[in-house]
Design a protein. Structure first.
Length: 320
């Protein structure tokens, strides 16, 4: 299929800092605009340097839109934390700060706050109709649409729109139970911009299944906004029948003891209240603790490591 002549594509950079060797550190910035007016969407990825598949999802979306975009525009920061990416670190390794706990940022703040301010200002400049922030969860995890916990919502109508977009994604909508005031999506919603986090499977490497899910989920939303023609069949991630059309609550469970974790359930598996989900054994093989599901729900993911210690996060659930 030939390239759509009614669109304009641009690749540029946003300068974020000058290093001690005078090299310039920049964030890649992508845009694709139709000559026909329509919704404005922002895609962002790799705010945590070890969560990498969002970059490829954005690349694939842009390849597709070169031929299919009917109206509106899509802008993207595919690599928001290049410093963390280069060292496979969640954090900005120069300062060991979490960029996604630094929004909306400060011009004269710490390194992460300065980067966050530049990113946030660039996004707000376009007055987007929706921002999708692409993340990865644990290595063993299923994809889901993550909704912020906001106790005092400045724009309730915007939050309701975000909920609608979560259902249009074809993923399981899950509400966070912790209010994270420094994350990108939280601050955008508080500024009147619908914003949704998509958690898309394992970090560290490009999982092609996760890429496929992410692309299809975003194309669902673009089709709903009539920015592209709807596919023959809308994407819907397979999930247990009991969870169809449900919005769940995110909870995680911690260990109270030290030892070796043996998981009894898999991500994507439906569990009943009281069902054993993991057991922790000491070095001699003696059972120290059994982690049980606190309510009915689905296993979203579990720890990447076999070691447990008091207070360690072991497993996460989406619960009713």
């Amino acid at each position: 299929m030939p390239k759509n002549k009614n669109i304009k594509i641009r690749y540029s950079f946003l300068k974020v800092l000058t290093a001690s060797d005078l090299s310039r550190r920049r964030l890649p910035l992508m845009s694709i605009e139709s000559t026909s007016p329509g919704p404005i969407i922002w895609l962002t990825a790799c705010v945590h340097g070890d969560e990498v598949s969002g970059m490829v999802i954005i690349q694939e979306i842009f390849k597709n839109l070169r031929k299919t975009l009917l109206k509106g525009a899509v802008y993207a920061f595919p690599l928001m934390n290049p410093i963390g990416f280069e060292t496979s670190s969640r954090f900005i390794t120069l300062s060991e700060e979490d960029l996604n706990r630094s929004f909306p940022g400060k011009k004269d703040g710490s390194l992460s706050e300065r980067m966050a301010e530049q990113i946030f200002s660039e996004i707000m400049l376009k007055k987007p109709d929706l921002v999708l922030d692409l993340h990865n969860d644990w290595i063993r995890s299923i994809p889901f649409a993550f909704l912020d916990c906001i106790e005092n919502i400045a724009h309730p109508d915007v939050y309701e729109k975000t909920k609608v977009f979560s259902k249009k994604s074809g993923l399981l909508p899950v509400f966070d139970t912790e209010e994270i005031k420094g994350c990108l999506s939280y601050n955008l919603i508080q500024k009147g911009i619908p914003s949704l986090t998509l958690e898309l499977g394992e970090p560290y490497i490009i999982n092609e299944k996760s890429v496929d899910v992410g692309v299809k989920s975003i194309m669902n939303i673009l089709a709903d906004l009539e920015m592209i023609k709807p596919p023959a069949e809308l994407f819907s991630f397979p999930m247990p029948e009991a969870l169809k059309d449900k919005t769940l609550k995110y909870i995680y469970q911690n260990s109270s003891s030290s030892g070796i974790i043996r998981f009894l359930v898999k991500p994507g598996e439906f569990v009943k209240k009281g069902q054993p989900a993991a057991r922790i054994y000491n070095a001699f093989g003696r059972l120290e603790e059994t982690i049980i599901a606190l309510s009915d729900g689905i296993v979203l993911g579990h720890s990447d490591y076999s070691v447990a210690f008091p207070g360690a996060t072991i497993i996460s659930f989406g619960t009713f």
